[in-house]
Design a protein around this ligand. Structure first.
Ligand SMILES: NC(=O)c1ccc[n+]([C@@H]2O[C@H](COP(=O)([O-])OP(=O)(O)OC[C@H]3O[C@@H](n4cnc5c(N)ncnc54)[C@H](OP(=O)(O)O)[C@@H]3O)[C@@H](O)[C@H]2O)c1
Length: 321
C-alpha cells in the first residue's frame, strides 16, 4: 500500500496533461484524499487565492504541476508571462505550504533549466553552471529559482520538498494546439493534417539535428508519485530515459506511424532550441528505483492512436495502427 494512501493530497495543475496521468497514478496507488482544483477556482498567481486554497484543502502533501508551458514557439511568444507566472505560482505556493504546515511539497521542474553548455548527459550537479538556452530561458530560470527556494526553505524552516527535473514528456491527453504544442504532438498533428490534405511535403522547425530525451507521461507520473512517497533531499533529481533521439528520427518515426507518404523538410531559419539534450538518470534510479516502462515506439503508437481517434474518428486510428 502507498504511504500516501491515508494522506490528503493537493495536486495543482491536475486538469493538465501530466496532471491527468498523475491523478490516474494516485488512484491506482489507492490514494483517495486527492484534490485537484482548476485555475477557475483558485488562480495561483494571486497570493490570497493560494492561501485560500491551502486553507480550504488542508493538504498533507502538495504536488505542484500548475505552470505556464508550451513548445519553443509559445516560449518565444511569452517570455515575460512564462517567467512571471511560473515564478509567482511556485514561490507563493511554497511559502503558503510551509506556513500551512504541509508535510511535503513536490516540484516539477524542467530540463529547460539546464545550462545550454552543460556536458552530456545532463547531470543534476551542472544545473547552476551556466545560462539556459535563450529560447526557453525565462521558463527554465523561473523553475530553477523555485528549486533554490525549496532548498532554502528546507535549510531555514526544515520544510520538506522534492524537486524533479522532468525531461520532454509526451503521451495521451497532451495538448495538440497548433501554437502551444510541444514537439511530439505538434509533429503528430502536422503529419496527420498533411496526410488528410494530400500535401506532398511537411516542413518542420529547426535542423532536425537537435536531440531530446522523450519520456512517456505515465512513466513521469509514476516518478512523481514515487517522489511524493519517498524522495527526501533538497537536491534535484532528473527524470528521463537517458535515451537521445534526434528530431529528424522522431519525425520519420511519427510520419511512418501516421502513414504520411510525403517528404519531410526542415526549416533551418527556425530555432532548434537547446542543441542536444538527454539525461543522466543514475540519481533517479538510485533514490527512487525508477525505470521507464514505455519505450518511444510504444509510446508514439499509443499517443498517435489516441490523437487520431479524437481528431478523425476510430476508423482513422485503426487504419494507422
Ligand atoms: N509537458 C512537458 O513536456 C513537461 C516537461 C517538463 C516539465 N513539465 C512540467 O510538468 C508540469 C505539468 O505540465 P503539463 O505539460 O501537464 O502542463 P499543462 O497541460 O499546460 O497543465 C498546466 C496546468 O496548470 C494549470 N494552471 C496554469 N496557470 C494556472 C494558474 N494561474 N492557477 C492555477 N492553475 C494554473 C492549468 O490549470 P487549468 O487546466 O485549470 O487551466 C493546467 O491544468 C509543469 O510544471 C511543467 O513545467 C512538463
Amino acid at each position: 500500500m502507498s504511504p500516501l494512501s491515508g494522506k490528503r493530497i493537493l495536486v495543482t495543475g491536475g486538469g493538465g496533461f501530466l496532471g491527468g496521468h498523475v491523478l490516474a497514478e494516485l488512484r491506482r496507488a489507492g490514494c483517495q484524499g486527492v484534490g485537484a482544483p482548476r485555475q477557475s477556482e483558485y488562480d495561483l498567481t494571486l497570493q490570497h487565492e493560494v492561501r485560500r486554497l491551502l486553507a480550504d484543502s488542508r493538504p498533507d502533501v502538495v504536488i505542484h504541476l500548475a505552470a505556464a508551458v508550451g513548445g519553443i514557439g509559445a516560449n518565444q511568444a511569452n517570455p515575460g508571462a512564462f517567467l512571471y507566472r511560473n515564478l509567482i505560482m511556485g514561490t507563493e505556493l511554497i511559502e503558503a505550504s510551509m506556513r500551512a504546515g504541509v508535510e511535503k511539497l513536490v516540484l516539477t521542474g524542467t530540463t529547460c533549466s539546464y545550462p545550454r553548455s552543460a556536458p552530456l548527459p545532463l547531470r543534476e550537479d551542472d544545473l547552476w553552471s551556466g545560462f539556459p538556452e535563450p529560447a526557453t530561458a525565462p521558463y527554465g530560470l523561473a523553475k530553477r529559482v523555485l528549486m533554490a527556494q525549496a532548498a532554502a526553505y528546507r535549510e531555514q524552516y526544515g520544510f520538506r520538498t522534492a524537486s524533479l527535473l522532468l525531461t520532454n514528456l509526451y503521451g495521451t491527453g497532451d495538448s495538440f494546439h497548433p501554437q502551444n504544442a510541444h514537439v511530439v504532438p505538434a509533429m503528430i498533428r502536422k503529419f496527420a493534417e498533411a496526410k488528410a490534405a494530400h500535401r506532398p511535403c511537411v516542413t518542420l522547425w529547426g535542423t532536425g539535428r537537435a536531440t531530446r530525451d522523450f519520456l512517456y507521461a505515465s512513466d513521469a507520473a509514476r516518478a512523481v508519485r514515487l517522489a511524493a512517497e519517498s524522495l527526501d533531499t533538497p537536491d534535484p533529481v532528473n527524470v528521463g530515459t537517458g535515451v537521445e533521439t534526434s528530431t529528424a528520427a522522431l519525425a520519420h518515426a511519427i510520419a511512418e506511424r501516421v502513414g504520411y507518404p510525403g517528404e519531410v523538410r526542415f526549416d533551418t531559419d527556425r530555432p532548434d532550441g537547446h542543441p542536444r539534450r538527454y539525461l543522466d538518470t543514475a540519481r533517479c534510479t538510485e533514490l527512487l528505483g525508477f525505470e521507464p516502462r514505455v519505450a518511444l515506439p510504444d509510446g508514439l503508437d499509443r499517443t498517435i492512436t489516441w490523437y487520431l481517434s479524437r481528431a478523425y474518428g476510430r476508423h482513422a486510428a485503426r487504419a494507422a495502427a
